[in-house]
Design a protein around this ligand. Structure first.
Ligand SMILES: [Fe+2]
Ligand SMILES: [Fe+2]
Length: 171
């Protein structure tokens, strides 16, 4: 009998995105803006797929069947995702344009400041998922249902690979 993967295993994607964002910021600190933009694009690609998996596969089931407290309301996840998408778009624009800014140091500090705010939003969001969305779904779904949902996930299994393949390219 094969072991059923828990829905919560999908939260491992958060470690991959955290690392890519860290690499993006480290490249910014080294004034390597081309690399910073590359890492940010890799980060965006994985995060968007992950959020789409959550919105298209997990959240509809969660909204319909889960009993959750206000702090774990389905709408909050969609709202956070919308804010996250908007921030990433702005960061990409800033990173792409930073070299032509009249004062690069000042522009870089403003960008890092906005990114610090964004990272707090993300860590709140990830905590909300770890406290409600994922454990509630794991408690609620049968093994067959979990298998069916996991089969519909875009990112399942190939996330670490994507991260590595980007890193190899960028060196
Ligand atoms: Fe997530
Ligand atoms: Fe999410």
């Amino acid at each position: 009998m094969t072991k059923i993967a828990a829905i919560s295993d999908l939260m491992k994607v958060h470690n991959v995105t955290d690392e890519l964002f860290f690499q993006h910021q480290r490249s910014l600190l080294h004034y390597d803006f081309k690399k910073a933009l590359g890492y940010l694009k890799a980060y965006e690609a994985i995060l968007l797929s992950h959020m789409a998996d959550e919105e298209d596969v997990l959240l509809p089931v969660y909204s319909e069947r889960a009993e959750y407290p206000e702090a774990g309301a389905a709408k909050l996840y969609y709202d956070d995702h919308a804010k996250m998408r908007a921030h990433i778009g702005l960061f990409q624009k800033s990173t792409a344009e930073i070299e032509s800014a009249p004062d690069i140091d000042r522009t870089l500090l403003q960008l890092l400041d906005r990114e610090a705010f964004y990272l707090r939003l993300c860590s709140h969001h990830d905590r909300r998922e770890a406290e409600y969305l994922y454990p509630i779904l794991d408690g609620l779904l049968t093994d067959d249902e979990k298998r069916e949902l996991l089969d519909r996930m875009t990112l399942r299994g190939n996330t670490a690979q994507k991260c590595e393949s980007y890193e190899n390219q960028s060196d």
